[in-house]
Design a protein around this ligand. Sequence first.
Ligand SMILES: Nc1nc2c(ncn2[C@@H]2O[C@H](COP(=O)(O)OP(=O)(O)OP(=O)(O)O)[C@@H](O)[C@H]2O)c(=O)[nH]1
Ligand SMILES: [Mg+2]
Length: 445
Amino acid sequence: MLESLRTGLQGAIKKLLGTSVVDEAAIKEFVRDLQRALIQADVNVKLVLSVTENVQKRALEEKPLGGMTRKDQIVKILYEELDKMLGGEQGLNLAKGKTNVIVMLGVQGSGKTTTVSKLARFYSKKGFKVGVVAADTFRPGAVTQLRTLAEKIGIDVYSDEKQNDSIKVAEQGKKAFEGTKNLIIIDTAGRHKEEKSLLDEMNSIVSKVKPDVNLLVVDGTIGQQCYNQALAFHKNSPVGGIVITKLDGAAKGGGALAAVAATGAKIAFIGTGERVDDLEEFSSTRFVGRLLGMGDLKSLLEMAKQLESEVDEKRVQRMTSGKLTMDDFLFQFEQVNKMGSLKKILDLVPGLAGNMKTEDLEKAERSMKTWKSIIQSMGKKERESPDTLNAARIKRIAKGSGRSEKEVRELLSRYKQTKTLMKASKGREFRQMLRRAGGQGALGG
Ligand SMILES: Nc1nc2c(ncn2[C@@H]2O[C@H](COP(=O)(O)OP(=O)(O)OP(=O)(O)O)[C@@H](O)[C@H]2O)c(=O)[nH]1
Ligand SMILES: [Mg+2]
């Protein structure tokens, strides 16, 4: 996502970190590199100038905080200014104890229907009972599109193909789900001859349905043009949040984000692909961290410190010398668990973020739980030398843990892989991760 912006910003940082003296000339060159990267991402020129002016002024004037190098300080300033540009902490707050109604708004093809299904999935995973309403009566096939998407993820759909009045469908859908659902998402039509009629329909839906949130969907590929679109909608009737879609591969995505933030509306979510899981709750802090390639260093540092203190060197040596017991294997995973979910970790570890799909990560987390229960039903000897397990023992362990033999064998094969890998790399990666996390000059300078 936003590869070129990321490369541009990281290039500027790398160059700064590589200079021997951070003087005025170096700071100005850094600022020019930033400008280039931001303008290439279609961030509005005025905005670029104001952001980089702040960076330059602060970089020249502010004294590094205790323990920080000058370079760290400048990167931190950039981090803060970009965070501010993208609106700080945002997101959407839905209440669990009531029925929340979201109406989707946005021009044709912006990604409303797709986003409806993504949101339904997102919130149903969080424990909401979700129903979606197909109130796009305009485009043929719109109802089928929503039904197909919703059925795949087991979400109930309200539609009435005989009703041409979208506002009626929206109202009836809301009524139909009230009482049984606590989140109702209403999909609307984006197709209109002109912006005015779209805005008019938006007004009628909003006044009749009285949603808790008007959620505007904008297409991130149009870059800074998002500003006018978001502003037009926002002025017409304040939007409670904006979803910027198609940020996967959108060269102008940075511009889109900055433009939307500049309207004062909240960026609630970003769409990062066509699949139903390609939706992220937006947090500018996290986002900028990833853009700059250093993740949320502060929390990573805190977690890593705790983690490091718990790793005893003896164990590391045993693990890396090729004598890996099942307990060590489990320990390794527990360390990761302790730090939070895998996905969270990967977002925090510089360079790893975004390389893995949520699905894969969830699978890994599920496997971990399974493995744990299997390992716990192994005897002491078996844990120490798992290589000696024969078919009969595998059967017994499977029975004892309530897992299948196949799962036990999978664990054993992963264990063997890990052992080989650990030995081959002499645990380099494992140590490196700890060192990088707990280590010195956090920002690398
Ligand atoms: N790559 C990518 N494609 C997306 C994303 N969101 C939506 N799309 C695609 O954009 C196209 C339009 O999406 P829809 O959800 O049908 O858009 P819409 O706003 O409902 O369109 P109308 O109903 O015609 O107004 C589809 O092909 C989607 O797969 C995204 O985040 N990334
Ligand atoms: Mg649609």
